[in-house]
Design a protein around this ligand. Structure first.
Ligand code: DGJ
Length: 744
């Protein structure tokens, strides 16, 4: 890994064995010119030959120089108004009302490792040999402001991380209307744009669309990264497939309003920008203050979408997630939400926990409804005091009883919210996000607390702390169930209202940080009505996230497949729930529900006491099976094999890093009579290793399994001796294939 600077030509080349990223300082120091991002190329003393200039009819920056139009120069962090007419990476309003900026190159420094971002989540390096960071400082003399563009390259990863920070060194405040985290100008438009869209219970659906001239974008203006779009997009070449070809990923480490935008100009140059959504954003930067953008993680892969995903998986699992739980096996949990909803008492909870414990489940999670008078979703959020009618011994008493069962105990909170009937709301009506003299809209009968205010964060911390201090709690499910409306904070001036949504998210991060600091061994699972904040920002604090409120196994094939584009299996909350399924009423077998949920953190969400003895025996077998396989699932390489958005047959697999073991999930949604022959071609195995497939008495070389595949026409048995035939197995059928190096 190296960052090389050609000082004479003022060129910067970040590269390792996999990627190169090259840019230079333009003549007369104006702007930075982007030269290349992609497959690693040789370093050389000058990259001048990569400069592309043609005289075109347009406005130019300098008299007599007809090639100084920024519209025709690929840039690193473009501005608007000085000959570039495309969407900029930043926009500022100065104290005289001007929008013109001219950040000129001043200096650079190379920093070993990767500096942390102040108050924001980010990927990190564990020691200075893992990564190197280039910081380029630009200065606008008129604005008296510095702009520092930061680029990190990791030694062993096909990743470039970017962020920007603005410093006000003048005497006047100015307003930042737009501050993107990254901007890359690609020389052509031969791409398709892939992104993840969705809605409640339908998260992370994969959408692929050709680029067209003009702007295409994904965004959130909801105050959370949202169900609607994940803060991620990829540009793939037209012939790029799951396992071959070039793709560029852009993933924003942020949980609030974001924009991911692709602009193809009339010369087919493609500009990708990603960062905080400029819509409704305006930050007043006062003298001596700094504004830091979130980080954008850019991946280049020449091994298709799966290559890109594996890079994100490994980076986010090991260098975004952090702390006590990062490398630990996660407990198999049972959550009482779909078992009881709001209607439970201590006795019921203990009976679920006890049965679960007997069947090998390790953690009991008490979901919504344990506090205030919350018997439905109309009340009590903010009154984080136990409901003694339901829990006469409080959370402390319950947690001790669960601990005595030999289980861990986890608790649900929705810290950012308040209901009208609470002590909290009555004492502090001004603490909600609402615009004066305007009706505050409801979402699930609740309001959002103004986390842009420090005293609100402090107060919620102390309420949660009171519960946590006295109880035995080893897990928190942090939920968030509505989007922001009438966005306004009574603690900020009229000209700072554009800061509220960002300050709010900073407040969320601050509360997480404080809780983690005091309770480092608590495992956090983030949730936002399912996956509305399944984003890298929250993975920094909560290493796992509830992927969706849709627990139906068939629906989950799409949701988990899409989520895996960016996020590792170790982060994907996946549970077995009851049938008929509560969201879609579908009936699937225990086996299929398990075979889907194994490819995630794995747990249960049903009234386990009501299961038949036969199903309880299955649960027992499932928990011992997952304990055997969970290292493989969390640390292995994940390969998507058959795509649920394109086919009735779905498949994916995980292979251990030493390639000695693999687990393949195969799912057939609807049965067809007299169907064609099926094979699943595997990936990531050692071609010369001989593998045994459990339930089959032949062995297969890795190259056979990868080039010929598993032949599904054959019949298989599972470890319980159950017989499975693809042809005869009916709708919603599935099969796990367990591979082990033969004679190992
Ligand atoms: C939404 C979550 O996604 C569910 O899992 C559950 O915790 C409910 N909220 C509780 O209100």
């Amino acid at each position: 890994m190296t960052i090389k600077v050609n000082t004479e030509t003022r060129e910067f080349h970040l590269f390792n064995n996999q990627v190169s990223y090259i840019f230079r300082v333009l003549e007369k120091s104006i702007q930075l010119e982007h030269l290349y991002f992609g497959q690693k190329i040789q370093h050389r003393e000058s990259f001048k030959h990569l400069i592309e200039r043609e005289i075109r009819p347009s406005c130019n920056m300098f008299e007599g120089d007809h090639t100084s139009s920024l519209e025709h120069i690929k840039q690193e962090y473009p501005s608007f108004g000085t000959t570039d007419y495309r969407q900029p990476a930043h926009m500022i309003t100065s104290s005289i009302g001007s929008h013109i900026t001219n950040y000129q190159y001043e200096s650079y420094q190379i920093i070993p490792g990767k500096p942390a971002l102040v108050n924001l989540p980010a990927t990190y390096s564990e020691d200075n040999t893992e990564a190197e960071t280039l910081e380029v400082t630009l200065i606008d003399e008129v604005l008296q402001s510095k702009l520092i563009l930061s680029y990190t390259i990791f030694s062993e990863r096909n990743v470039i991380c970017r962020n920007a920070r603005f410093v006000n060194e003048g005497k006047d405040s100015f307003y930042i209307n737009n501050a993107m985290s990254t901007s890359v100008d690609f020389p052509d438009d031969q791409f398709e744009m892939l992104h993840l869209y969705g809605a409640w219970a339908r998260e992370a659906h994969v959408e692929v669309q050709p680029l067209s001239k003009g702007i295409q974008s994904i965004y959130s203006a909801r105050g959370a990264s949202s169900h609607a779009h994940n803060p991620f997009l990829a540009l793939k070449r037209l012939d790029t497939s799951e396992h071959t070809g070039e793709v560029y990923g852009f993933s924003l480490v942020y949980s609030g309003n974001f924009l991911g935008q692709v602009e193809v100009d009339t010369y087919s140059v493609t500009r990708v920008t990603m960062g905080i959504n400029p819509f409704q954003f305006r930050w007043k930067l006062k003298p001596n203050q700094t504004f830091q953008t979130p980080e954008c993680v850019m991946v280049y892969s020449n091994e298709g979408l799966n290559g890109m995903s594996q890079t994100y998986h490994d980076l986010y699992r090991t260098r975004l997630a952090r702390g006590y739980w990062r490398d630990k096996e996660r407990p198999i949990l049972i959550n009482n939400w779909e078992a009881t909803y709001f209607h439970f008492n201590e006795e019921k909870i203990l009976s679920i926990a006890k049965t679960a414990r007997d069947l090998g489940i390790e953690l009991f999670v008490l979901d919504d409804g344990w506090f205030g008078k919350r018997n439905d979703d109309t009340s009590s959020l903010g009154d984080w005091f136990e409901d003694r009618d339901k829990l006469p011994n409080g959370i402390q008493g319950l947690s001790e009883k669960i601990d005595a069962l030999g289980m861990k105990f986890g608790l649900w909170f929705e810290p950012e919210m308040v209901c009208k009937d609470t002590k909290l709301f009555k004492e502090h009506p001004e603490w909600i996000i609402a615009t004066p003299n305007r009706r505050p809209s409801h979402g699930r009968n609740q309001f959002i607390l103004d986390f842009s205010r420090e005293e609100v964060v402090d107060h919620i911390f102390s309420l949660m702390d009171t519960i946590l201090e006295k109880s035995k709690i080893s897990y928190i499910k942090w939920d968030m169930n509505r989007y922001m409306t009438e966005t306004y904070s009574q603690s900020l001036d009229y000209d700072q209202q554009g800061e509220v949504a960002h300050r709010y998210i900073l407040g969320v991060y601050k509360l997480y940080e404080r809780l983690i600091e005091k309770y480092p061994e608590i495992l956090f699972e983030s949730c936002a009505g399912g996956g509305a904040r399944f984003d890298p920002g929250l993975l920094y604090y909560a290493p796992q996230a509830w992927a969706s409120d849709d627990t139906d196994a068939v629906e989950r094939l799409k949701i988990q497949y899409g989520t895996s584009m960016v996020y590792p299996l170790s982060s994907i909350g996946s549970h077995i729930s009851a049938v008929p399924n509560h969201q879609v009423s579908r009936i699937t077998s225990m086996e299929t529900r398990a075979n889907v949920a194994y490819f995630g953190t794995f747990g249960y969400e049903l009234d386990i006491t009501k299961l038949s003895e036969e199903d309880k025996t299955k649960v027992q077998a499932q928990t011992s099976f997952f304990k055997e396989k969970r290292q493989l699932v969390r640390n292995g390489h994940f390969y998507r094999l058959l795509n649920p958005f394109e086919s009735n047959e779905v498949s994916w697999m995980v292979v251990s890093q030493d390639k000695k073991e693999a687990m393949v999930g195969y799912y057939k949604v609807l049965a067809k009579p007299n169907d064609k022959y099926y094979r699943i071609k595997l990936k990531g195995l050692d071609p010369s290793k001989l593998y045994a497939i459990e339930g089959k008495d032949t062995t297969h070389y890795g190259d056979e399994l990868m080039n010929i595949g598993i032949v599904l026409a054959e019949d298989y048995t599972d470890r319980a001796g159950e017989y499975w035939s693809r042809e005869k197995s009916g709708d919603f059928s599935s099969k796990l294939f367990l591979l082990k190096e033969a004679n190992a």
